[in-house]
Design a protein around this ligand. Sequence first.
Ligand code: HEM
Length: 510
Amino acid sequence: MIPSFPSLLSLIGVGLPLLLIVLLQRFGSRNKYTRLTNAPVAGKYWRWEPDFITRYRFVLNGWAVVHKGWSKYGNSVFTILRPDSNVTVIPQRYVRELQNLGDDVLHPIEALSQDVMGDYTGMNILVGSHLSFNVIRNKLTPNLGDMIPIMEDEMRYAMTQEMPPCRGEWKEIDLNNIMTRVISRMTSRTWVGNPLCRNDDWHSTNLSTTEQIFHTALALRVVPSSLQPFLHCLLPSRMKLRRGLEQIHSYLIPIILQRQRSLQCDERPPESPHDVLQWMIDLADQEQNKPQNLATRYVFAVIGSLFTVSSGLVDCLYDLTENPEMTRVLRIEAQSVTSGDSEWKKGTAKKLEMLDSFMKESQRVNAPSPLSFKRIAQRTITLSDGLVLPKGAYICVVNSPHIQVDDGTDPTVFDGLRYYKKTLAQASSSRYQYSSTDASHISFGHGRYACPGRFVASVELKMVLVHMLLNYDLKFTEGKRSRPKNLQFLELGFQDPSVRVLIQERGQSN
Ligand code: HEM
């Protein structure tokens, strides 16, 4: 018997969702990374809830799932079911025991690569070696003193290029976009040097390729892992990413070849390039030194140093705009330390102690993610209290503004001088610095593989913030007093791209 049209519709109406549930349950549950059998799952509304529902709840409610999981199970291990993988959250007390383990036991870059869907975006090129990590830690950071005048020169140039004329009038600007371009220019100067760092097309290609990496990663992360191999080639962002990489290669490969040739002929000029690309060429092994390989490594190494810094910068500027009193205090400090925006010296950044404290507080309150210290267990690890982390587990630690306040003060209050006061009280010069990490301050990770670029990030932020403090006034549009909220997706935080603020250049008399 042929079913009537309405009953056919109701059959489809019931059948399709059922089919979808069966498919999602079947494919969605085959996720990467070993799950601890006894660990409770955060974010389940009811006990028998199918896993795929919990996984998809994480997409738009990831931060809430983490925080609820942490309040309920924070003292023990718990599981987060992300659409792309199983994640094991361990209490902060284990960090000390794990922080110095090598990547043969706990691999940091494998976890970062998973989050950026490295198998499909190409970031997995970084997993087998620590070339970029070593270059930043052993070359860029120790040479930071020499790089400061170069960074400052580029920052001033970038400001003239990116800031609109706004003397005596309020102009509406896309602060996020401007600051991202300023940081891209400063980063390019220290990573590839002149003349490429002054090429506008290079910046646009660089930034849009980085964006396509994230778009591709985010799109794939909400797809069950077993479907990713089929879907990735259909994504428009993946095609744009491939084109972007080709364009970046066309810029970088001739430079790499030319630099390698002058090394082979021992023609290194006395003024040889003093930048990250050159250090990568110097430290790379034979395979990594192939121009194609090196250029791709460059792209994936540099992405961690762009949006991280620019969004930290925008958070600081929003927090300053919300706190006029703090702006006044930091302006006085900036004025006295830099003698009115004159040239930066080696020790200038270190002397900006209140600004440093403010930046750390801004990072505490606007953490880039509620999860950090991400590692993949390469073998089964038994911890001192008997907890077993199985081989293949993706582990991480909660990064919460509440954990970072352990002195009885209110963690929900923004206190820009919180860390400055702690430093004064404990006569400890470095423990509470922006670039310092410990088991509870883990926005830069912690331990052996903590972010090697955090000292560079600290100087970049201070340089731009001092320039902004001394030269511009900011206010929110439509008389708003409180800062715009950041957007959340999965376990990531983003600036809202639709936000605009008002800016005015300050006069001599201010
Ligand atoms: C505010 C800005 C930044 C934040 C919040 C940040 C955060 C992080 C975090 C959380 C990690 C993982 C650490 C761990 O697992 O223990 C990391 C790794 C890393 N960071 Fe940063 N970072 C920032 C800026 C930079 C800068 C400016 C550079 C380069 C100059 C950089 C280069 C790296 C590198 C090379 C790694 C190792 C992984 C990789 O090769 O991508 N970061 N960062």
